[in-house]
Design a protein. Structure first.
Length: 161
């Protein structure tokens, strides 16, 4: 399946499917912030923020309950551990890190994010491709979480955090 995340000033992102149906939003609280909210059309709200002072460990909560943790490793990858214990790895791909890939524990590619910088808007849009054999690709919370992680990786690499 294909999705698009449309960015506005790199603070607000809207996730839409191939028919332009809104799937959810990722909103940052301020510029260069690690705090963000994932908002779904049904009213569900998730909060994302840092867990340590170095910004190398993050977490996502819903109604105060932790849903997942995200931790940097020494290979510039983010290890995502879900509430039930399932682990994923998000890593940059390509010489210039032009693509980001989510892999499962068996190292199979599940979701691919392709950033596209929009000079006129000074913001990124993302083309997202999912492997239809995995349910994670149909979960808007997972897709918006990956969008957050990708943005965070780019900030960490540029030293903006």
């Amino acid at each position: 399946m294909r999705y698009t995340a449309k960015g506005i000033h790199n603070r607000h992102f809207e996730l839409v499917d191939s028919t332009e149906t809104a799937m959810g939003k990722l909103d940052y609280t301020s510029w260069f912030s690690t705090k963000a909210e994932v908002l779904l059309p049904n009213g569900d709200k998730y909060e994302i923020g840092k867990s340590n002072i170095w910004h190398t460990m993050l977490h996502m909560t819903k109604d105060g309950a932790e849903k997942c943790t995200m931790k940097y490793n020494w290979k510039a990858q983010i290890i995502i551990t879900m509430e039930g214990g399932t682990t994923y790895m998000l890593k940059p791909k390509g010489f210039f890190h032009s693509t980001y890939v989510l892999m499962n524990e068996q190292e199979q590619e599940i979701i691919t994010l392709h950033p596209d910088f929009q000079w006129a808007k000074l913001s990124f849009n993302y083309a997202i491709e999912t492997n239809d054999n995995y349910t994670e690709g149909n979960d808007p919370v997972m897709l918006l979480l990956l969008l957050y992680c990708t943005n965070h990786m780019k900030q960490m690499q540029s030293g903006a955090v």
